[in-house]
Design a binder for this molecule. Structure first.
Ligand SMILES: Nc1ncnc2c1ncn2[C@@H]1O[C@H](COP(=O)(O)OP(=O)(O)OP(=O)(O)O)[C@@H](O)[C@H]1O
Ligand SMILES: [Mg+2]
Length: 302
């Protein structure tokens, strides 16, 4: 079972309208609600691939109840800790030209609530082949929150992937994760090093076992002690790139769980994430595009 932690789960609400005009009122006929957050997306992708996953996080208030209902409907296994605060919502208003997103910060999580999550992961990791920690931390949790969870996996000798940004990424790196998956802008912003490849090598020196550096439509570069492999999709896919990184993380987690070699890991990550772009919702992927990409993706040494 692959355990995915989403420290700041959200209910993703999508309003489809014809045209967004600020300062007027607009009738919305098409509304979709869905449990979201990066670790949830990873769990959804693994579930679609037929691999067992367990999604972990917090749920509070009526929005938390909606999250549980949606995960039940999707058939995902989960354990969510009840908290005092209200789970956040993220509203996307999609019209013919563009999307406008309103992101709530999320509930204040207390020290006790965070400690309870760490304790829950410490228990669940005994049944896990890989731990994935994805996404931002909720208000009230210090930047070393992701590092707490990485340390649980390191102590249990279980492979762990951290997908985070800023100081949380740096602190997670120092805790010695098996792999981190920043995108280009994230790694530059976190390290202050302008060249993403140089930044990736710096993070390996700081404690990351491997770095999967995702490069948007250009693909993904996997840096490890043995060198660097780059894979690019055979074409640029049009669609929704939000959640493509999460699909890449799902493939990388599966690779660690099943002991794939580096070439297969990058190839699968690029194929699955391209297929995720072709799917309208984060956490989904297009199986046809996945097959097409698996056959055509090129993996090179760099
Ligand atoms: N337009 C595209 N066509 C094909 N593949 C793409 C495209 N955009 C992204 N990808 C694939 O998805 C992977 C992840 O994309 P990206 O680097 O944008 O991740 P990200 O910013 O972490 O995404 P998110 O955090 O929103 O899930 C890339 O490494 C690449 O393989
Ligand atoms: Mg990302």
């Amino acid at each position: 079972m692959i355990l995915t932690v989403t420290p700041n789960i959200a209910l993703d609400i999508t309003y489809h309208i014809e045209r967004l005009t600020p300062h007027t009122s607009t009738r919305v006929s098409d509304v979709k609600d869905r449990a979201g957050g990066k670790g949830i997306n990873v769990a959804r992708v693994l579930h679609s691939l037929g691999h067992e996953s367990m999604a972990v996080g917090f749920a509070g208030g009526t929005v938390g109840a909606q999250i549980r209902e949606d995960l039940d409907a999707a058939g995902l296994r989960y354990q969510l800790l009840p908290i005092m605060g209200q789970t956040r919502r993220s509203v996307s208003i999609v019209d013919a030209t563009d999307a406008t997103v309103l992101n709530e910060a999320g509930p204040e999580v207390t020290k006790h609530e965070w400690a309870a999550l760490v304790a829950m992961v410490t228990e669940l990791i005994k049944q896990a082949s890989v731990l994935v920690v994805s996404g931002s931390l909720p208000p009230g949790v210090a930047a070393d929150g992701v590092a707490d969870l990485v340390s649980v996996a390191v102590a249990a000798d279980t492979p762990v992937i951290a997908d985070s940004s800023g100081d949380a990424l740096l602190a997670a790196t120092a805790a010695g994760p098996t792999l981190i998956k920043p995108n280009g802008p994230e790694i530059v912003a976190a390290t202050g090093i302008d060249d993403p490849m140089a930044a990736a090598r710096a993070l390996m020196a700081d404690g990351a076992g491997e770095v999967a550096l995702s490069l948007g439509a250009e693909g993904l570069c996997l840096l490890s002690g043995e060198g660097a492999l780059v894979a690019a999709p055979s074409r640029v896919v049009a669609g929704n790139p939000t959640g493509a990184g999460d699909a890449a993380v799902a493939a990388l987690a599966l690779g660690l769980a099943e002991g794939w070699g580096a070439r297969r890991m990058v190839g699968e990550a690029v194929a699955l994430s391209a297929a995720a772009v072709a799917h309208p919702l984060a956490g989904g992927f297009d199986p046809e595009v996945y097959r097409e990409m698996l056959e055509s993706v090129e993996v090179k040494e760099r």
